[in-house]
Ligand binder design. Structure first.
Ligand code: SF4
Length: 331
């Protein structure tokens, strides 16, 4: 229990004030956890406030259209998270009569909820003793206990989860989990951890053996695929063509300018290239070229396309690189 006591004392004195801190509504905890999965706290902060303002309850989220949810998510990227939130809200309404499930198994069964998120919600909202192990917790635990196995390997994650299950304060599991994550987020940083300020500096294996540059060991360098997108702005009378993506990829149901993809880096000769942008995702790097094509008459639109005035472009949810382009050009 001494580990948990030390951690919780440190947490009480050092935790950051965050909009979801102290929240007990499982719905809001869930929303904050999903937003934070691939987003930094500073960026996620406003999105969280806007999201729970627009959809204050599971029922409100379930009643919204997917397009409304995607529009609110615009700019955060990784839109699958938003689609899953919406789908899971519908699951809660149909399977659980609108009441957020209060046990780990049923929370884990919600669309888009993995081991970590289920444990975070179960512990913070319902006081259930499940350790929530994210990247921060893997790093902190590997350093304190000198675990030199690859933290990207499932067996290491399982071993660390078991270790945390032994350490967790069963009276305050939500605080314990948040404290472990907070220690990783503000003190046990990936580079240059602030060991002088850490409550475990006298017992931490990595600090005592000068191994903070070595631990944790992580071997999963994901090879990223380069993709070359060419977007065409067919401009006529202050309007442009937008098309809805219908394929089953991460941008499904988002809108974009008509697109051509090429296998290698090239600049096409159609129109004038007015911008070159780059977006780095987990598995791919998008290289996007934008071409202006002034039209002399109303351009023909295909089934999944529509002509939209520049002022109304903001009404349509779009991939991040499109949003970036519009921002840069003050559209
Ligand atoms: S002593 Fe340093 S390396 Fe160890 S847990 Fe604390 S901040 Fe991390």
């Amino acid at each position: 229990m001494q580990f948990a006591d030390t951690l919780l004392t440190w947490y009480a004195d050092n935790k950051r004030a965050l909009p979801w801190r102290g929240e007990h509504d499982p719905y809001k905890i869930w929303v904050s956890e999903i937003i934070l999965q691939q987003t930094r706290v500073q960026q996620g902060w406003d999105y969280y406030l806007r999201f729970v303002d627009a959809f204050p309850t599971v029922a409100a989220l379930a009643a919204a259209s997917e397009e409304d949810v995607l529009r609110l998510w615009q700019g955060l990227g990784y839109y699958t998270r938003a689609r899953n939130l919406h789908a899971a809200a519908l699951q809660i309404v149909t399977r659980h009569h609108g009441a957020f499930p209060d046990n780990y198994e049923e929370i884990r069964a919600l669309k888009g909820v993995g081991d970590y998120t289920a444990a975070a919600i179960a512990s913070i909202a319902f006081g259930l003793p499940y350790p929530a192990v994210d990247g921060n917790v893997l790093r902190v635990t590997a350093r304190i206990f000198g675990i030199a196995d690859d933290i990207a390997a499932p067996q290491t994650r399982n071993a660390i989860t078991k270790r945390c299950a032994q350490l967790i304060d069963t009276r305050h599991p939500g605080h314990f989990n948040q404290a472990m994550m907070e220690l990783g987020a503000i003190t046990c940083l990936p580079q240059k951890p602030k060991c002088d300020e850490c409550p475990f500096r006298h017992e931490c294996h990595a600090a005592l053996h000068n191994l903070t540059d070595v631990l944790p060991v992580k071997n999963n360098r994901i090879a990223k695929r380069d993709r070359f997108f060419h977007f065409f702005l067919h401009i006529y009378n202050n309007s442009v063509i937008l098309e809805k993506r219908t394929g089953q990829d991460i941008w499904r149901n988002l809108y974009q300018f008509p697109l051509q993809e090429t296998p290698s880096d090239t600049t096409l000769t159609d129109g004038t290239c007015i911008a070159k942008l780059r977006e780095v995702l987990t598995h791919q790097i998008i290289h996007a070229n934008f071409y202006a094509i002034p039209e002399k008459s109303t351009p023909a639109v295909r089934e999944n396309q529509l002509l939209v005035s520049l002022e109304r472009l903001g009404d349509y949810p779009m991939p991040k690189v499109m949003v970036q382009f519009l921002k840069q050009h003050s559209i």
